[in-house]
Design a protein around this ligand. Structure first.
Ligand code: SAM
Length: 219
């Protein structure tokens, strides 16, 4: 059972409320649609940007960055927060190169930019393990079966009072189908259980697009 959880008119309405974006970001959105590549999209991107702004994040680690669309939202927030760095991490070097082209076109990562983009072509949990923390914000969008095993590493690298954002927690409705026992669906269910039963986190799943989990790491 795979379904879009929000009716089309509601998704479109939420996306249309997002303020105008640079042409390069619009081109990234069109490209994702053309090749059916799963990006967070405008409404969830705006939510990520908003949370990064509220929290004043200046050091962000992204896991599963694709061709850099979600990175662009975080880079914009970090720039407006006064500058810092955003890690772009994906295991496919072609996607990493595409991301570099898009993010440079958006003005991030040039010598006079306040935002440094750190590119890592790697499995993302391993990359986070190897990178010195702490981070103000971690965004997780890797293969869903790996969500539970990513949590101890995220916990270790996120600063107290930091924010964790994780995509696809409603998993196109598959979590509601008890006959779906695939590793990805099981990973989403287990990750949800871990996050919502642990007093060290204050967690909400925001039901826009495919469900965005937002969690505060209690200091
Ligand atoms: C859903 S797409 C990400 C899109 C991106 N976050 C955005 O919204 O623009 C996930 C990407 O991460 C890659 N990926 C999945 N699991 C990964 C892992 N464990 N380590 C590194 N990359 C991973 C996938 O191959 C894919 O390119």
């Amino acid at each position: 059972m795979t379904q879009e959880l929000l009716p089309d008119h509601l998704s479109s309405y939420l996306d249309e409320l997002v303020p105008p974006r640079p042409p390069e970001m619009l081109a990234m959105e069109r490209h994702a649609q053309q090749i059916s590549f799963n990006i967070i999209g405008p409404a969830s991107g705006q939510l990520c940007y908003q949370i990064a702004r509220i929290s004043g994040a200046r050091r962000i680690f992204e896991m599963g960055s694709g061709f850099g669309y979600s990175t662009a939202w975080f880079a914009r927030a970090v720039q407006q927060n006064g500058g810092g760095e955003v890690y772009h991490v994906v295991w496919d070097s072609e996607l990493s190169q595409q991301a570099r082209r898009h993010l440079e076109a958006l003005g991030y990562g040039s010598p006079d930019s306040a935002v440094a983009i750190q590119y890592r072509v790697s499995e993302a949990i391993q990359a986070l393990k190897e990178t010195e923390g702490p981070f103000d914000l971690i965004f997780n969008d890797i293969d869903k079966h790996a969500y539970p095993e990513s949590l101890p590493v995220i916990r270790a690298k996120l600063r107290p009072g930091g924010v964790l954002i994780v995509d696809n927690l409603l998993w196109h409705g598959r979590i509601f189908d008890s006959s779906d026992q695939t590793a990805d669906t099981a990973g989403v269910r287990e990750f949800t259980r871990l996050m919502t039963t642990d007093a060290d986190w204050v967690t909400t799943i925001v039901p826009i697009r495919d469900g965005v989990l937002v969690a505060y790491k209690v200091p």
